[in-house]
Design a protein around this ligand. Structure first.
Ligand SMILES: Cc1cc2nc3c(=O)[nH]c(=O)nc-3n(C[C@H](O)[C@H](O)[C@H](O)COP(=O)(O)OP(=O)(O)OC[C@H]3O[C@@H](n4cnc5c(N)ncnc54)[C@H](O)[C@@H]3O)c2cc1C
Length: 292
């Protein structure tokens, strides 16, 4: 039987309350949101927090809306809510592509967007998505609020820029009229973690020239989930099959997968390249170059 070590439990009543509790207990305190990653780790004794701070009553941290030209996603928004959000799907179909393939309805009904990115598991689908989208994370702590670009958010497996006394409150994605986006994943069976996955966001100018591009890779060892070399190759090029193939080759060459039960390094490297091509192709097909 897997049983967590003894811990204390507090139900937070406000974000300020969360911060005060985290400050008082230091690194031995952990926020619990959906609990779908933290509780299994506690049962395996891979995490042994002395205090769990439950944020599930903080409804102000839930929801998806457009404010000041940004899509704002509260940290406590459940995967299922993001999948059901029409405004999210309208502006960034990549979010729905990814949510459709995250686990199963049981996990999606409880697991949260904030928990996913704060867990920083190298196989977490939303991490690749939010880096592709150049999302900004809003974090609150004892010194007030600060923002962290998603590409500086991940500090390595299971480590983020969120300090022990801080809480992630929101993710903000700048709206990009006309941009197309897509996410493609290969898993061993429906609902499983990714063998590899790629997300792309593409903005096109006249002549279908790529004016801006974001490419995120999941489960293939990129420290910040970003295929920077592939992005640099594509920017300024016409969005066609040759350009996508070159970007795919760059993503494949620069990723750093590890061999595990999901496959050997060569297979994952090949997948990273192929999925980058497919994500770019789908994103570009959804984009408008402003001339039609
Ligand atoms: C069977 C199963 C299959 C899964 N398959 C997939 C999959 O295919 N793809 C995928 O991407 N994910 C998958 N997941 C993970 C799932 O998406 C989880 O919901 C997610 O990883 C964590 O969300 P949570 O709200 O449950 O976080 P929790 O478990 O509550 O917390 C996770 C971590 O984040 C911290 N945290 C939570 N919220 C905050 C916050 N607001 N501020 C600061 N720190 C915070 C916690 O302290 C903890 O360290 C799977 C999970 C399970 C159980």
């Amino acid at each position: 039987m897997q049983v967590p070590a003894f811990f204390e439990y507090q139900r937070a009543t406000s974000v300020e309350h969360v911060v005060a509790l985290l400050e008082r207990f230091g690194p031995e305190a952990r926020i619990v949101a959906g609990g779908h990653s933290l509780i299994p780790m506690m049962k395996l004794r891979l995490a042994q927090p002395e205090l769990l701070v439950d944020v599930n009553d903080l409804h102000e941290l839930s929801g998806v809306s457009v404010v000041d030209g940004q899509l704002r996603i509260g940290a406590l928004t459940r995967h299922a809510e993001l999948l059901a959000s029409a405004v999210a799907g309208e502006h960034f179909p990549i979010l729905h592509d990814a949510e459709r393939v995250i686990a199963d309805p049981v996990v999606r009904n409880r697991g949260t967007v904030g928990g996913s990115v704060c867990q920083a598991d190298p196989s977490e689908d939303l991490s690749g998505v939010f880096t592709a989208l150049r999302t900004v994370a809003v974090v609150r702590g004892p010194d007030g609020e600060r923002t962290v670009p998603m590409r500086e958010f991940f500090r390595g497996p299971y480590e983020t820029a969120v300090a022990p006394a801080e809480i992630l409150v929101e993710l903000r994605v700048p709206l990009r009229p006309g941009a197309g986006s897509a996410y493609v994943k290969v898993d061993r069976r429906a609902g499983d973690w990714a063998v590899a996955a790629a997300g792309a966001v593409v903005s096109l100018g006249p002549g279908r020239v790529v004016t801006e591009v974001g490419i995120g890779l999941t489960a293939v060892g990129d420290a910040d989930f970003t295929a920077v070399e592939a992005e640099d190759l594509l920017r300024g090029e016409v969005a066609d099959e040759d350009a996508f193939a070159a970007a795919g080759a760059a993503a494949s060459a620069h990723c750093r997968p590890v061999a595990d039960q999901r496959g050997p390094v060569d297979y994952k490297r090949h997948l990273a390249g192929e999925l980058t091509v497919r994500a770019l192709r789908a994103a570009a097909a959804r984009a408008h170059d402003g001339t039609t």
